[in-house]
Write a protein that binds this ligand. Structure first.
Ligand code: F6R
Length: 607
């Protein structure tokens, strides 16, 4: 969703801001803008549409060495030039860019109108900058602090003032901000990917922090003006991980990265000799985890699907009741959290608003809360009691791919770790972990035959309705396959447990309708073959994801994509990949923007 970039240092700010905005593009946006303090005020340029449109209207001669920039994903008011950020106060001497939502903006706006202020835009952000201006008495940091005392809602903000041209004031509450520490310069951003080209040394702001940033330093205080120290940390991501590296799209790059990303996720964690797993982030809560009476996993979208796989894994391996909740439902559902409940929040970005709220709800009701998160230093990673990082590297494509396999692998490791402390024998755990360690190599095999998925997409891309069916561990895979297809190719697709088909959806099957069966070898294989026959006898076209060597299924299905054999609980790690590829190719053939699907944002930071 929205992105923030800021620069203060010794170089011209404008090219750095524009480059940073491009790095933030993947998050999804509909307008963009920049503001730079100048001798006689502020230079502001903004426009609806892509950053390339902004580049046409900016004055590239502007060489000030302080500035802020923004990509906006509209929440309050249409995505037009006026509503684009930065927003200015009436004097044109203070500018703000803002991620998040000011919930009490209407009452603040009424108050400011009573004070004679007028407004140009429909945004909550313009209310904030006018409020800062209302409190301004010559010190921009003080004015921001006073204004934020009156604000309800969430924000990550960057503020510049023409009166203090070498300063950026930043503040966060519920919306991430990171300060990159360079030599004689600082880069502020909502996302590490916009900083990496300049430095890997960063400071993560905490909720409630206000930072006064100059070329030489960043001074942090609380909302109450109490000085606080924030450590400088090293970002583990590298620049080449956020570049296309010869691939046409980030989604394709990330699908093909999975053998490596999964290897990184597993690295140093599997102990095949002892039949156990080392997860440093869980050591401190080892006792509570072993004694857990119930697990609740909560997440959104693809992360919810990986949590569903996690539910099967936990109940199989740990034998402790586990349930999975949409974060958006959990947070408003008056959930019951008894003693011994452990909540696990799963999130690639660590910033999804509903997942954050579910985390807080679980915590407030007394659960121990674990995070399964990819982005280091993200809000969810910081607010959970303990957790495990995915270490799959940055995921830039809006459609989640390598994060899904990373999440499933982490949940499998947690399940094995805790299972071993309960019922699992060392031999059973070693067998499980040996199978897990083999998955990255097996992923290579699937990717070598990526053309099969392309053929399926070529054959069926014009069909507007698809079904995805699976049983057991493959049921969440079916859901994930359907989500991938609909979000990037705009084809309607539904994922279901295969047996549910007979309870209604079978009525949808018509001649040639593509029905994808995730039909790998396992306990429910024969049952899924029966479901395939039911579809075939009604004219549906069956695309089966099957285990290598299964010749029988080729007699029933119209197309078979084979994946290597593995134990049933780990099949989602392999069976999902052909479905990612089918979605990718279908979207490409249909002319869709694979990495930036319409209406979608990489990280959903609004309700
Ligand atoms: C789908 C997708 C989304 C995310 C969901 C949660 O491809 O990417 O469904 O999985 O928005 O995002 P995170 O994992 O960042 O909390």
């Amino acid at each position: 969703m929205c992105g923030i970039i800021g620069y203060v240092g010794h170089r011209p700010a404008l090219p750095i801001l524009i480059e940073g905005l491009h790095r933030l593009e993947y998050r999804g946006y509909d307008s963009a803008g920049v503001a730079l303090p100048e001798d006689d005020g502020l230079y502001i340029a903004k426009s609806a549409g892509r950053i390339s449109v902004l580049e046409q209207v900016i004055d590239a001669e502007k060489d000030g060495s302080t500035g802020i920039g923004h990509t906006r994903w509209a929440t309050h008011g249409a995505p037009n030039d006026v509503n684009a950020h930065p927003h200015c106060d009436a004097t044109g001497r203070i500018a703000v860019v803002h991620n998040g939502i000011i919930e009490n903006y209407l009452s603040l706006r009424t108050f400011l109108e009573q004070q004679g202020r007028t407004f140009k835009s429909d945004t909550d952000t313009e209310v904030l900058v006018q409020l800062i201006s209302f409190f301004y008495e010559g010190n921009i940091e003080d004015a921001v602090r006073r204004a934020l005392h009156d604000v309800a809602g969430t924000y990550g903000i960057a503020v510049v003032s023409a009166d203090e041209p070498d300063v950026i004031v930043a503040a966060r509450k519920g919306s991430p901000l990171i300060i990159g520490v360079g030599k004689g310069e600082h880069i502020l951003a909502s996302d590490a990917s916009a900083i990496l080209a300049h430095t890997s040394q960063v400071v993560y702001l905490n909720d409630g922090d206000i930072a006064r940033i100059t070329a030489d330093g960043a001074r942090m205080t609380t909302l109450e003006a109490i000085p606080v120290t924030r450590a400088v940390e090293e970002v583990e991501w590298s620049l080449d991980q956020i570049e296309l590296a010869g691939y046409e799209h980030f989604m394709l790059k990330e699908i093909f990265e999975q053998p490596t990303s999964l290897k990184n996720c597993l690295r140093g964690r599997l102990d095949l000799n002892e039949g156990t797993v080392h997860l440093g982030g869980l050591v401190d809560c080892s006792r509570e985890l072993t004694r857990a009476k119930r697990f609740i996993m909560t997440a959104c979208g693809t992360a919810w699907h990986s949590a569903l796989v996690g539910e099967y894994l936990f109940e199989d391996l740990i034998r402790v009741p586990t349930e999975v909740e949409y974060a958006s439902e959990f947070r408003y559902r008056n959930p019951i959290i008894e003693e011994g409940t452990v909540a696990i929040v799963v999130s690639q970005s660590g910033e999804t608003t509903d997942t954050q709220a579910a985390l807080r709800e679980a915590k407030q009701r007394g659960a121990l809360v674990l995070g399964v998160v990819n982005v280091v230093g993200s809000t969810i990673a910081r607010e959970t009691d303990a957790g495990v990082y995915l270490h799959v590297g940055p995921e830039i494509g809006v459609a989640s791919t390598k994060a899904f396999t990373g999440q499933v692998a982490v949940l499998a490791m947690i399940a094995c770790l805790l299972g071993r402390r309960k019922h699992m024998s060392p031999a059973a755990a070693t067998q499980f972990l040996t199978a897990l360690a083999a998955i990255p190599e097996q992923m290579h095999d699937i990717l070598e035959q990526a053309d099969q998925a392309k053929e399926v997409a070529e054959r069926y891309h014009e069909r507007e309705n698809w079904l995805y069916l699976g049983r057991g561990y493959n049921y969440p895979v079916a859901l994930e396959g359907a989500l991938k297809l609909k979000e990037i190719s705009y084809i309607h697709a539904e994922g279901l447990p295969a047996a549910e088909m007979k309870h209604g959806p079978i009525a949808l099957i018509t001649e040639g309708m593509p029905v994808v069966f995730v039909a790998t070898a396992g306990t429910q294989y024969q049952k899924i073959i029966s479901n395939i026959n039911e579809v075939k006898s009604r004219g549906g076209s069956v695309i089966a994801i099957a285990t290598k060597g299964d010749r029988e299924i080729a007699k029933q299905a119209d197309h078979v994509i084979y994946v290597p054999d593995t134990i049933e609980p780990l099949q989602p790690l392999l069976a999902t990949i052909p479905l990612q590829l089918i979605a990718y190719h279908a979207a490409l053939i249909r002319g869709c923007n694979v990495d930036k699907p319409r209406n979608l944002a990489k990280s959903v930071t609004v309700e």
